[in-house]
Design a protein around this ligand. Structure first.
Ligand code: NAD
Length: 259
């Protein structure tokens, strides 16, 4: 049996990188998948088309996760289409780096708006929908699952990226506090903190041989992560195999956080 059979998942920032890999993996695991994108309809539709071609079910949905009205409309649309939602993956995230004294207020606010407020807005709509629906025993032992995509920089400091590190550090305590608050309602909230994964967001870190060699020195397992490494962890955290896992952060980082 497929681990996510009958489940309905929404993945924010699902048109690229880690989000797209999670969408594909969850669909392969039997879930119907809503692929959120900010302004990349073609990329989102190509993720959806690949899932449909594979015999899965998926839809693309535009929304800026930092805008409350757009988030509400997105959840309404998904719930109208599929009846309800079982899994939310808050994956949308951005970086906007600068040395500290050059970082503008707008760079600071923009990163927090997407990486932290965006998670708050989406998680709130998801929890409301889970509570409205209640526990459906034949679907899953949990009434709903939320997986926040954080970063190893939720515990490792990162120079010239104080906005990003603050957003991910904040996300960690947001996730744990929310997990504690809603666990008795049988909602499971957890996070995945990726290490260095080969996607567009961190291209500079691995795109030249020198940069890649420097990066590998930070990773005990001596390989750069692939999006599938994160996607597999997300499928597990969304499935009943992890039913007793609450408020934890899974570091999927080749050991990066061990140094
Ligand atoms: P990515 O840039 O491919 O993915 C980020 C996605 O979020 C993009 O599709 C982007 O369009 C979307 N997005 C940005 N702002 C949005 C908004 N306001 N509303 C909706 N969508 C929006 O990079 P990625 O590496 O796949 O990043 C996914 C997540 O993984 C991010 O939260 C990132 O911080 C985290 N992460 C990545 C790495 C890595 O090494 N790649 C490491 C740690 C954490």
């Amino acid at each position: 049996d497929k681990p996510l059979a009958g489940q309905r998942a929404l993945i924010t920032g699902g048109s690229s990188g880690i989000g797209a890999a999670i969408a594909r993996a969850m669909a392969e695991a039997g879930a119907r998948v809503a692929v959120n994108h900010l302004s990349a309809p073609e990329a989102a539709h190509s993720v959806v088309d690949a899932i449909l071609a594979n015999g899965g079910k998926a839809l693309a949905i535009q929304a800026d996760v930092s805008q409350a009205a757009q988030v509400k409309a997105m959840f309404q649309k998904v719930i109208q289409t599929w009846g309800s939602l079982d899994i939310l993956v808050t994956n949308a995230g951005i970086q906007d780096d600068a040395p500290f004294t050059e970082m503008t207020l707008s760079q600071w606010e923009k990163v927090l708006a997407v990486n932290l407020t965006g998670q708050f807005l989406c998680a709130q709509e998801a929890v409301k929908s889970f509570l409205h629906r209640g526990i459906v025993p034949e679907l899953s032992s949990a009434a709903g699952k939320i997986i926040c995509i954080s970063s190893v920089h939720d515990i490792i400091p990162w120079s010239e990226r104080v906005n990003y590190a603050a957003s991910k550090g904040g996300l960690l305590m947001f996730m744990k506090s929310l997990a504690q608050e809603v666990a008795h309602q049988k909602i499971r909230v957890n996070a995945i903190s990726p290490g260095a994964i080969r996607t567009a967001i961190n291209r500079a870190a691995w795109e030249t041989p020198d940069a890649e060699a420097a990066l590998l020195k930070l990773i005990p397992y001596e390989r750069i992560g692939e999006t599938l490494d994160i996607a597999r962890a997300a499928v597990w955290l969304a499935s009943d195999a992890s039913d007793y896992v609450i408020g934890t952060t899974l570091y999927v980082d080749g050991g990066m956080t061990l140094y």
